[in-house]
Design a protein around this ligand. Structure first.
Ligand code: NAD
Length: 329
């Protein structure tokens, strides 16, 4: 018998795609989100609950009715949205996350997984970034992510909750929300295939740590399912690639024709993106749960563009779990 998961932010980009990884293992999924419907296809058998994380009754009702053993906490305002509405960002990312940990304790949840971000870092950063480098984010989104990490570690140490967290880089994905400042890599692929053009708001030389969505889903599932006695820490860095915007443009131009790619850097966007890490040490994830990325820029460009073309021609394809399979610890 599989595990029952409640995924907050269950209508979002990563949640929808994670359902295929988890269902392939025989797990049961309850998606919890304030949105009307999921942003993309979800695995067969997922249950959708419309609810607001900032409403304690919505969350406790979902926990009562569905009795999940584990929570995957992905609900969040992203980098752009946090700056646009700081009060709502605090309510969802801070109060909502605190309420979730409290509800998890009351409901006897055994494991809470939290998706943090490289945006939790900021300022002058060494390269590669050591795993325990201090987090002094420049943006409010990063502040809420750093706080979520600390809160989770507190609930683990003081209250015995099995808290697990991975700091994801910018994930290259079909459903990357435009509200994320770091979504430019994803949008470049999507808009180049759909419209034959894209304008980068960063410099050609701007580099950022990124990861193809298939690797990101394997990283998440790998940590979620790692045996507890293998974990030497609660918050893990994972690293894959760090292409410049120009390298992304070249990878697209080599595969999509005709295509027009321009650069019109926005100083505020450039400043925020360039305050985030390009290379992170991730030795603990590699040792503890055998994390290893499978996609370099060429391989992901082939796969991503093939998926986008297929979708344009036939509609969304039900995303199978990665054929490479999750890393088994
Ligand atoms: N995609 C990336 O590149 C990336 C990188 C680092 C970290 N992350 C983190 O991973 C998680 C998932 O990211 P994503 O790309 O799927 O983003 P997303 O915006 O697609 O998903 C977030 C979901 O949270 C939901 N949500 C917002 N407020 C809510 C509330 N009050 N109650 C319930 N649901 C609410 C939204 O409706 C949305 O569906 C987020 O926590 C994000 O910070 C993502």
């Amino acid at each position: 018998m599989g595990t029952t998961y409640l995924i907050t932010g269950g209508a979002g980009n990563l949640a929808c795609q994670l359902t295929f990884e988890l269902v392939a293992r025989g797990d049961r999924i309850v998606l919890f989100d304030v949105a009307d419907r999921p942003v993309g296809p979800v695995a067969e058998g997922c249950h959708y609950v419309r609810g607001d994380l900032t409403c304690a009754e919505d969350l406790s009702r979902a926990l009562r009715e569905h009795q999940p053993a584990r929570i995957v906490h992905l609900a969040s305002l992203l980098s752009g949205g946090c700056e646009e509405d700081r009060r709502r960002a605090w309510q969802v990312n801070m109060d909502g996350t605190f309420g979730l940990f409290e509800a998890a304790l009351s409901a006897g949840i055994e494991e809470v997984f939290f998706a943090s971000s490289l945006a939790a870092y900021g300022g002058e950063l060494p390269e590669p970034l050591p795993e325990d480098f201090p987090e002094w984010p420049d943006g409010l989104y990063g502040v809420t992510k750093a706080a979520g990490e600390r809160l989770g570690v507190y609930y683990h140490r003081r209250h015995g909750l099995d808290f697990r967290c991975v700091r994801l880089p910018a994930v290259l994905s079909r459903y990357a929300p435009p509200g994320a400042v770091s979504a430019y890599g994803s949008r470049a692929f999507v808009e180049a295939v759909q419209f034959g053009r894209f304008t980068f708001k960063v410099r050609p030389g701007t580099r950022l740590a990124m990861m193809y969505v298939r690797d990101a889903l394997r990283a998440m599932a790998g940590l979620i399912n790692a045996p507890p006695d293998r974990l030497t820490r609660r918050v893990y860095n994972v690293h894959a690639i760090a292409p410049s915007a120009e390298e992304i443009a070249d990878a697209i131009a080599a595969r999509v024709s005709p295509v027009t790619i321009r650069f019109d850097p926005d100083p505020q966007v450039v400043q925020l993106i360039e305050s985030w890490p390009r290379a992170l040490e991730d030795g603990s994830a590699r040792r503890d749960w055998q994390w290893q990325p499978a996609y370099d820029l060429d391989r992901l460009a082939d796969d991503f563009i093939e998926e986008l073309r297929h979708e344009l021609a036939n509609g969304p394809r039900l995303r199978r779990a990665d054929p490479q399979g999750p890393a088994e610890p």
